[in-house]
Design a protein around this ligand. Structure first.
Ligand code: NDP
Length: 231
């Protein structure tokens, strides 16, 4: 029997590539995206593969999370992949931070993954692999911050790390392994054209890390080479 993954932000970038790779491996993929009617590449993937279904899912909208939960019912989810993320407005420097943009970013990058975990925890707990992974960033690491700036993105990913650390402890008794992954600097809309690796390489390496996880890894912050990133 194949495994099942739920992926947020599956219409482009790393999320689309995860969808492609898990589908190629024969996984059942529930691919969430904000505007399914505009998700041309994802819809093409789903048309070619009966194991991929596309679901409207803005992670800031509780009703859409609950609608996905209703589709899933009690069926097991081996991996919840909180991939969706937003950088927030460009050019945010000390002195011009916008509270509303900041809060909106937090709703996507921090509260969204939390609400996804709360909604799907029983599905993950009854699966064989019992994995939850959230895509964070080295930019959320205090230890790695040598250049300052990026207040909105850095604070959101640092908060996501804190959320995932707590969840890894709270969900361990259910046999769930919750981790944080840095995808590398990836050539997507967010990473830009000069980034170091393509989405195919990033997703493949993260899948390799996920495939090797044991309960001792719960609460870890993994770099793309499998090493641990200091908080
Ligand atoms: P992209 O900007 O290419 O894609 C972001 C994805 O997230 C899109 O599918 C977007 O949907 C979706 N999204 C944004 N907001 C929401 C929301 N509220 N609800 C649901 N989906 C949403 O980014 P990447 O693929 O590069 O990034 C994927 C993850 O990796 C992110 O969490 C990012 O922070 C992280 N990351 C990326 C790095 C890089 O170098 N690329 C480096 C470090 C971390 P839509 O099309 O509707 O906007």
């Amino acid at each position: 029997m194949s495994h099942t993954v739920v992926i947020t932000g599956a219409n482009r970038g790393i999320g689309l590539e995860f969808t492609r790779q898990f589908a190629d491996e024969g996984w059942r993929v529930y691919a969430g995206c904000r505007q399914p009617e505009q998700a041309t590449e994802l819809n093409r993937l789903a048309a070619d593969n009966a194991h991929v279904t596309v679901h409207p899912l803005d992670v800031t909208k509780p009703a859409q999370i609950q609608a996905l939960k209703a589709v899933l019912g009690d069926s097991p989810v081996d991996l919840l992949l909180n991939n969706a993320g937003s950088y927030g407005p460009d050019g945010v420097r000390f002195g011009n931070t916008d509270p509303d943009a900041w809060l909106e970013n937090m709703r996507t990058n921090v509260i969204g993954p939390m609400k996804m975990m709360e909604a799907l925890v029983d599905n993950v707990a009854t699966s064989r692999l019992r994995l939850i992974a959230s895509l964070s960033s080295k930019m959320g690491s205090m230890a790695d911050n040598g250049s300052g700036g990026a207040y909105i993105y850095r604070s959101g990913k640092a908060a996501l790390n804190a959320v995932m650390k707590s969840a890894s402890i709270d969900l361990a008794p259910k046999g769930i392994i919750a981790v944080v992954l840095h995808p590398g600097w990836v050539r997507t809309a967010m990473g830009g054209p000069n980034a170091e690796i393509d989405a195919e390489t990033s997703a493949r390496r993260m899948r390799e890390i996920l495939a090797r996880l044991t309960p001792r890894d719960a609460g870890s912050f993994f770099d793309i080479d499998g090493s641990i990133i200091p908080w």
